[in-house]
Design a protein. Structure first.
Ligand SMILES: Cc1cc2nc3c(=O)[nH]c(=O)nc-3n(C[C@H](O)[C@H](O)[C@H](O)COP(=O)(O)O)c2cc1C
Length: 194
């Protein structure tokens, strides 16, 4: 499969900055059921094999899952410091939570123990009672050995399916900006002023 120019460029940006862990962090904006815009950082977990689709993981208890149940769309904003490139990627969102999903199982198997342990954290956004917290430091290792073998039910793989990419390269003037649109299954590129 021949990939569109934006994907080749993104792979190059990732390669150039592979020694910087923060190059894998992107921001993902969604819209809540009441129209509120929500934005957060997520970790890029690779492409779906032979595809343009981007992978991330999350917890089914988090707000973004509710947002995507109402409107399964997002915008990713990804800035690469070293090369001064910004990718704004409009995506449709697919979530995988079923036990027999092989993409989900593979990603889980390759997670670090610390990353896996996050899925045992308490429900998000519950007000904290400091007294209870102080007295209750449970050991994840002792009580939840199984969870490190099999994905817990709240472990969700998110697949972002791109439909539009706004690429900006901050370089010597004139700046380089390209709009990549998916039209009738073909990627059309327009170079525009920044
Ligand atoms: C560097 C960094 C990386 C993060 N990576 C993820 C991630 O991959 N998945 C995720 O769900 N949350 C990740 N988070 C936490 C989110 O930014 C956010 O706080 C959390 O998911 C709750 O978001 P929500 O309430 O909008 O759903 C990360 C936060 C930081 C600072």
């Amino acid at each position: 499969m021949k990939f569109p120019a934006w994907r080749q460029s993104l792979v190059r940006s990732l390669h150039v900055q592979r020694s910087r862990p923060e190059s894998k962090f992107f921001q993902v904006a969604s819209v809540s059921p009441t129209g509120q815009i929500n934005n957060r950082t997520m970790v890029f977990r690779g492409f779906v094999e032979d595809s343009l689709d981007l992978l991330a993981i999350t917890d089914s208890r988090s707000d973004k899952i509710q947002d995507w149940q109402t409107k399964a769309e997002a915008e990713i904003c990804w800035y690469f410091v070293k090369t001064r490139e910004q990718y704004r990627i409009r995506v449709n969102v697919i979530t995988y939570q079923q036990a027999d999903n092989h993409v989900r199982n593979n990603i889980y198997t390759n997670l670090s123990k610390n990353a896996k342990a996050q899925f045992l954290w308490p429900t998000p956004k519950v007000p904290i009672d400091n007294d209870v917290l102080d007295g209750n430091s449970t050991s994840v290792d002792e009580e939840n050995k199984d969870v490190f073998q099999t994905p817990p039910s709240n472990f969700v793989v998110v697949r972002f399916v791109p439909s539009y990419v706004d690429y900006l390269h901050l370089c010597e003037p004139p700046q380089n900006r390209e709009l990549h649109e998916l039209i009738d299954n073909k990627w059309l590129v327009t170079k525009v002023t920044a």
